[in-house]
Each structure stands twice: as C-alpha cells, then as structure tokens.
Design a protein around this ligand. Structure first.
Ligand SMILES: [Zn+2]
Length: 271
C-alpha cells in the first residue's frame, strides 16, 4: 500500500502544502539578472486546458539549444539552463497541472472530478498568474500541484514516481538534502510498486532502466544490499544494453566503496 498518495489530506500534511513557501514563492522577487538571455532557451506558447477549457500561456523549451554537460547520477545537467523546470505545466484558471507530455490525457470522468476537487483543495493557494521563466523553487510548486492532480486523476504509480524523483532533483539543485531524501524515499516506494504491478515500459522506461533507477534510489537511501541486487541482475543479463551494464558496473563499484565506508560486511552479497 502506498500511503502518502492514497489520501489527499495526508498528502497535504506530508508534503507541506500549507508551507509558506508553497503559497508565496511565485510572488518572490525575480532572480538577479543573469548574463544569459532566457529567450535563447524558451519561447511563449498558448495552450488550451483540457479540464476547464481556458486558454493559458506557458514557456516551451527550445530543445535544439540544450547542451548536455554531464550526468549527476540519473539527472542530466545542461549548460546555462535547467529544462527540468519546464517539464510540468499548470493552468492558472483551474489549477490542473501535469507533465507536459501527459497534459492532454484526461478522460471526461477525470475532467469532472478534477474541476470539483482541485478547486476544493487548493484554490486558496493558486497564484493569479506565474512568470514565463521558472526557477527551481517555483518548479517545485508546479510539480506539487501536478502530484495532487495525479492523485485526483489516479494516474499510474510510474508517473507519480517520475514526479517525485524530479521534485527530489529540483531540491538537489537547491542543495536541500533533507527534501532530496524525503522525495527519493517516496519515489522509491512508488517506483517499487510500479515495478511489480505495471507493464513495461513504465513511463517510457524499460525494465532495465527502472531496475537501474531503483538501484540508484537504494544507493541514495543507503540500502546498499538492495542496490547491489538490482545491479547484479542487470550486469549478468546479456539482453540489457552495453551502456546500461557499464553504468551498472560503475555504480556497483561506488556502492561497494560506500558500503565499506559504512562498515557493512560483504557476507550474503548477491552473486
Ligand atoms: Zn484549467
């Protein structure tokens, strides 16, 4: 049973929805002027909300301008710009929020429930408008709205897991270690449930990619034995891609080192 997402009141409590940050950061002063022209990376586009039918404007990322510099474990890092802030979109008229690529996936039944429940649950927190350029703090708010929407819509655990892990990445960008662990823990629970109950691909990820992700979560959470179990399964499976097996060997080495530092024994290791 996946506790925190089953009950909306509980979600409100657990995820600090009435945290001052949640209600006010959209009104925070704009970030200091940077040398980077944001228009290089985003442009404004009008969308139709599939729930309330209102029109609203949101930023779209110019994918061709993105330059990947490196990976922070699972999180891609780009030069001068953070596209992660734009993966979720919200209609400011009704509060419906979701991953951009899943935004229009709403049944008539869901539409009714969403209209009723979203207003009921967080109309008080809704900003009247939000800026085109989104910083990580504001993105976290959008993702939390999307998480609420996902609970109301009863979307797949895989999708909820992706929202949770991306929230943890945004906290990582902000250097908030406590929230990184909090959201990784919940992403881990959601993805573990998806792994055993949903069909692959899970939110576009193959079984190997999900296993690797679970190994990475387990490493962050200090569950080294679980991490090693997933990694060993990938490494010995010749059906997995060479890239994924290489990544898994690297992570395995890192986990073994961490484990040694933590003073864990190597007895009962998976073969
Ligand atoms: Zn709407």
């Amino acid at each position: 049973m996946y506790g925190i997402l089953d009950n909306l009141d509980h979600v409100n409590l657990e995820l600090d929805f009435d945290d001052a940050v949640f209600a006010t950061s959209f009104y925070a002063p704009p970030p200091p002027e940077s040398e980077i022209d944001i228009n290089t990376y985003i442009y404004s586009k009008e969308f139709n909300c599939p729930v309330c039918r209102a029109k609203f404007t949101a930023a779209v990322v110019r994918q061709s301008r993105l330059r990947l510099t490196h990976m922070e474990e699972l999180r891609p890092v780009y030069k001068d710009f953070e596209p992660l802030c734009y993966d979720v979109m919200m209609c400011v008229n009704c509060g419906y929020a979701a991953f951009r690529e899943r935004f229009d996936v709403v049944s008539e039944k869901q539409q009714e429930i969403l209209l009723e429940k979203i207003r009921l649950n967080y109309s008080n927190f809704m900003p009247a408008t939000f800026p085109l350029e989104i910083n990580p703090m504001q993105a976290i708010e959008l993702y939390k709205y999307a998480l609420l929407t996902a609970c109301i819509k009863k979307t797949s655990m895989g999708e909820k897991a992706m929202l949770l892990i991306k929230i943890s990445w945004l906290y990582e960008i902000l250097g908030d270690e406590r929230n990184v662990l909090f959201y990784t823990k919940h992403a881990n629970e959601a993805l573990t449930e998806a792994y055993s109950t949903e069909r692959f691909p899970i939110f576009g990820m193959s079984e190997g990619a999900v296993s690797y992700m679970l190994a990475s979560f387990a490493t962050t959470l200090g569950n080294y034995q679980t991490a090693l179990k997933f990694l060993s399964e990938i490494i010995v499976n010749k059906n997995m891609s060479t890239r994924l097996r290489d990544l898994s060997r690297d992570l395995k080495e890192k986990v073994q080192k961490l484990r040694k530092e933590a003073g864990e024994t190597e007895e009962n290791d998976p073969e």
